[in-house]
Design a protein around this ligand. Structure first.
Ligand code: LMR
Length: 437
């Protein structure tokens, strides 16, 4: 695992560590064979050594953090590559924040299995947690080890994004502080703002400039904006906030109403914010290639039942579960990534919240707004132009746009980029966070 160069001179400052699972026998004379001593950097070898500098590949080792476990490799895993077929690829480096949380617990195993990046794509997982979750992170890594995934070439854990994001191809930013009792929306923005400023800066400093970033921690659109604004070295188009869960929810409800299987529902757009102002677009949706409105033939249901049901489904789930959606969120993150790394089927599109710069719908530029997109499978996308925006949609899309514009102004204020009052500060929130309804 490469670490940033500045940490080399201060082993105590290096907080990145490999997962510990079970003791492995250490033949004397091999690298890493000496008993671990607090603060002594040990060299380990792994697939990532080929991606970055092998010499910079070190982990902190302490008396309690002995270099154990299969991912503290003491052999050069890259030699294994010679035994693979000619099409064997370099591992894709995927950094995941909130890695000890419930969403990650579902997602990481999908990624490691090859379900997300493809059955011939090796992966290196970099797990970001907090000091508090360090033990849990090790537990996650142990379970990954025990699963014997052939494509999983590296697992490492850490609590500093400047270490964990090194050379990341993808950053899945799942961790965020949830809103506690009595907290206002501005408090959440401020608290999470600090996290996403730090993570944006770390991405800017150490991730690959081509890194794709998917923000899941709420309020995800604005958190994505904060990360993007703090990572000018990365392409603004590579920042996403997750609205695929909302799209999946909308597809399911349309299918149920139409009495068809959800596979036949296509062209569903979620416009706007992943909040209760989001607009699930039934106007352009299709069922079996027909307009969903014609198939369902019940505008009253679409407007007054379907729309709020999707907008507030996260909240309903929290009431039922006593916590936020986790498994379905993980599935939708996997879907969102798959949609970017595989070509979009002809005529269809998917929803993802992306930067509005130069968008064809006249949405305020410089915010992160969910829109219909298509990908040719290389991780890039185009916003789909030409959808029908009737008055009903326009009015609601505007509301979501206004909400996000207000949050963006608030963020600018909080990060000191702009003077003047932030309307959200000190006020009771006038809009609900996802999951609050
Ligand atoms: C969801 O839509 O299920 C979540 O974003 C809800 C939440 O607030 O965590």
């Amino acid at each position: 695992m490469p670490t940033r160069p500045s940490a080399d001179s201060d082993p105590n400052a290096r907080r990145l560590t490999r997962a510990r699972a079970r003791p492995l026998p250490r033949p004397p004379g091999r690298v890493g064979a000496a008993p671990a001593v607090r603060g002594t950097p040990l060299r380990v070898k792994s697939a990532s050594a080929r991606v970055a500098s092998r010499d910079s590949l070190r982990v902190a080792a302490t008396a309690t953090e002995a270099p154990l476990g299969v991912f503290k490799l003491e052999y050069d895993i890259s030699k294994d590559d010679a035994t693979k077929s000619a099409s064997w690829k370099e591992p894709v480096i995927v950094a995941v924040s909130g890695a000890a949380g419930q969403i990650s617990n579902h997602l990481l195993f999908k990624i490691a299995s090859g379900e997300v990046y493809g059955p011939d794509q090796p992966v290196a997982l970099r797990l970001l947690g907090s000091e508090r979750s360090r033990e849990a992170l090790e537990g996650v890594a142990m379970e990954l080890e025990d699963s014997l995934f052939p494509l999983l070439r590296e697992v490492s854990i850490g609590i500093d994004p400047m270490d964990v994001f090194v050379d990341a191809d993808w950053a899945l930013l799942i961790g965020a502080k949830p809103r506690g009792p009595g907290m206002e929306r501005a408090d959440l923005l401020e608290m999470n703002g600090a996290i996403f400023v730090e993570q944006g800066k770390a991405l800017n400093a150490v991730a690959k400039p081509t890194c794709k970033v998917c923000v899941v921690g709420n309020p995800c659109n604005t958190n994505a904006l904060i990360a993007m604004e703090n990572a000018p070295n990365l392409d603004r188009r590579n920042f996403h906030a997750l609205t695929r869960l909302d799209e999946n929810r909308a597809k399911c409800q349309l299918a149920l109403k139409a009495g068809v299987f959800y596979e036949t529902v296509t062209n569903v757009t979620i416009w706007g914010n992943h909040s209760t102002t989001q607009v699930p677009d039934f106007v352009n949706a299709q069922i079996g290639g027909e307009k969903a409105m014609d198939v369902i033939d019940d505008n009253s249901w679409l407007e007054t039942d379907f729309t709020p049901a999707i907008q507030t489904r996260g909240g309903l789930l929290i009431k039922k579960w006593g916590r936020s959606s986790a498994a379905s969120t993980a599935v939708s993150i996997a879907d969102a990534i798959k949609s970017l790394v595989t070509p979009t089927p002809e005529g269809d599109w998917f929803s993802t919240a992306v930067c509005t710069d130069g968008n064809p719908y006249g949405i305020q530029e410089g915010i992160i707004f969910s829109m219909p997109c298509r990908s040719n499978g290389d991780g890039t996308y185009e916003i789909v132009d030409g959808l029908e925006i009737n008055d009903w949609l326009r009015e609601r899309i505007k509301k979501s746009e206004d909400e996000l514009t207000k949050e963006a102004e608030c963020v600018s204020h909080l990060t000191g980029k702009m003077g003047g009052a932030c309307e959200l500060i000190g006020e009771k929130a006038d809009t609900m966070l996802p999951g609050e309804a």
